[in-house]
Write a protein that binds this ligand. Structure first.
Ligand SMILES: [Fe+2]
Length: 171
């Protein structure tokens, strides 16, 4: 009898290790074309069936607020610097259009080249390259592969659900 092992789901630590290693791969990073007019990306083979991307961010670009549903993930900055704004709160899954955020839920971190972070399911964030002159390049991995991304707009403490996108729209 043949026993064929199913690929096992990656752990958060494995995704973190993957994005760190990929971000340190100078040939890989140099292979990504940069465009001053907008983000560029290539899909990578992530570990254990995860979804992974190499993304370049021109100065002043960002994702806007979004979450990744049931997917957890990790990302690492390979060049330049990214800022992540995130919320230390779990949003209701559905049944709302606007939410007023409590004080104290905002988190901020700067991820310079070589820095990485993992995040859990239901993570809500936006990622920005605030530089006025430098591109940033980063590596991202998600598991399970992203099913849907919810996009939000934010005015002060009020978060509004704008749309639900598939990853193809998001890219
Ligand atoms: Fe994200």
């Amino acid at each position: 009898m043949d026993l064929v092992a199913e690929p096992s789901a990656p752990t958060a630590a494995e995704l973190l290790e993957f994005v760190r290693n990929a971000a340190a791969d100078t040939n890989l990073i140099a292979s990504l074309p940069l465009d001053p007019e907008g983000r560029t990306w290539v899909r990578l083979e992530g570990p254990g069936g995860s979804e992974a991307w190499l993304i370049a961010w021109p100065p002043g670009t960002g994702t806007g607020w979004h979450d990744h549903a049931e997917s957890f993930g990790a990302f690492a900055t390979a060049a330049g610097e990214l800022k992540e704004n995130s919320l230390a709160v779990r949003l209701p899954a559905s049944g709302w259009k606007t939410l007023e955020l409590h004080e104290g839920v905002d988190r901020e971190r700067q991820l310079g080249a070589g820095r990485a972070r993992a995040f859990g399911t239901h993570h809500v964030h936006e990622v920005l390259n605030e530089s006025g002159s430098e591109h940033a390049v980063s590596v991202h991995a998600y598991y399970p592969p992203l099913p849907l991304i919810r996009r939000f707009s934010r005015t002060g403490a009020v978060l509004r659900l704008e749309q639900v996108e598939s990853p193809e729209d998001w890219q």
